[in-house]
Design a protein around this ligand. Structure first.
Ligand code: G6P
Length: 367
């Protein structure tokens, strides 16, 4: 068959393992390594006139939007709003002139996102779409199609589409920043260098599969799991919790590290695994202090960080997963891998239907 699992047990596993190749493919269509630039397809409008960005998506794609907010605001200094599509349309959003509306969707057919796209267009908003299926409704209707080249994604839980969407979101962020006059050629070439490293870093993350599998048995027995992250790794904590819920049916929540003390810390005892996503960098110490607050209450911490971070704070964790050291820009692309593998192995340990989890559909074409 054209689409088969190869030597993988599930499509989800195969798609997780395809990421070094498909992310490289996606990046290739946006990076110009010789000029050290990030390029977008030709567009019929001036990116430099954009004064605000509204990103709309559902599910996993909505977390790409949240990460995009961190990137676009940081690099382009343009304000960004992110909404889940089902809320966007009915809250009668304020759509000011010079807004770029961005939809993110693997299928390009999700009913709520498509309706949000049509709402934006009807209100005169210029639109771009980060979309995996080039023949989809959204791909046909956006003003600027920014394709992800992830190839067909069969597993209901999105994996390779997510990391490819992030690669495109990074490219969009850099282009907005350049057009806004906020990015020097040197800064751009540095970002290009980091993005080019992403596929190799994803590969290095995949090398920890066996260790992650080994810890899945313990987590499979948990009733609740918490994921913490800061900055662009906060939406990744949300994605980690969503993946685990979707395929293992374990209740999980993602939280911004600093927000844990405002509620979820009440849940913590020694039966609650706490997955901490913390690349070393400017936010690391803050996240570690939140982690220690939880450890003092018995939380069983799995710390996902790089060698520097683990050397500094790994000692009291029940388990650690070492990621390659990467620039904070690409960290969410790389740290997505352990998050996906953990959900996958926990689901396999529980014996659930990994590729076709109960009550879920790959593409939700009804409101
Ligand atoms: C469904 C899938 C999710 C996906 C969401 C959005 O709920 O189960 O994995 O994130 O739809 O899908 P889209 O095709 O718009 O990215």
């Amino acid at each position: 068959a054209l689409i088969d699992k190869g030597n993988h047990r599930h499509f989800m596993q195969k798609e997780i393992y395809e990421q070094p190749v498909v992310v490289a493919q996606t990046l290739q269509s946006y990076l110009r390594p010789i000029e050290q630039m990030v390029a977008l397809p030709d567009m019929g409008f001036d990116l430099g006139s954009i004064e605000r960005v509204a990103i709309v998506a559902c599910g996993t794609a909505s977390y790409v939007g949240m990460i995009g907010k961190y990137w676009i605001e940081r690099f382009a200094r343009i304000p960004v709003e992110v909404d889940v599509a089902s809320e966007f349309r009915y809250r009668d959003p304020v759509l000011l002139p010079n807004t770029l509306g961005v939809v993110v969707s693997q299928s390009g057919e999700t009913a709520d996102t498509l309706a949000a796209l049509r709402h934006m267009k009807a209100n005169g908003v210029t639109t771009a779409g980060i979309i995996n299926v080039p023949t989809s409704s959204m791909a046909r209707e956006v003003d600027l199609l920014l394709p992800t080249h992830a190839g067909p994604e069969i597993g209901v839980a999105s994996t390779k589409a997510f990391t490819c969407q992030l690669a495109v979101m990074a490219a969009l962020s850099v282009n907005l920043a350049r057009a806004a006059g906020k990015l020097s050629a040197e800064e751009e070439s540095e970002i290009v260098r980091h993005l080019i490293e992403a596929p190799a870093a994803i590969n290095a993350a995949l090398a920890h599969d066996d260790e992650i599998q080994a810890m899945a048995g313990t987590i499979a027995g948990a009733r609740d799991v918490l994921y913490l992250g800061r900055g662009p790794d906060y939406p990744l904590a949300l994605e980690g919790a969503l993946k685990l819920k979707e395929i293992s049916y374990i209740h999980a929540e993602g939280y911004a590290s600093g927000e844990m003390k405002h509620g979820p810390i009440a849940l913590i005892d020694d039966n609650v695994p706490l997955i901490v996503l913390a690349p070393s960098g400017p936010l690391f110490d803050k996240t570690v202090s939140n982690m220690q607050e939880a450890q003092a209450r018995g939380a069983q911490v799995v710390l996902i960080s790089d060698a520097d971070g683990l050397a500094q704070a790994g000692e009291d964790a029940v388990a650690t997963i070492e990621m390659p050291k990467v620039h904070p820009l690409i960290a969410p692309i790389v740290y997505a891998v352990p998050v996906q593998l953990l959900a996958y192995h926990v689901a396999v340990a529980k014996g659930t239907d990994v590729d076709q989890p109960r009550n879920l559909a790959k593409s939700v074409t009804v409101e």
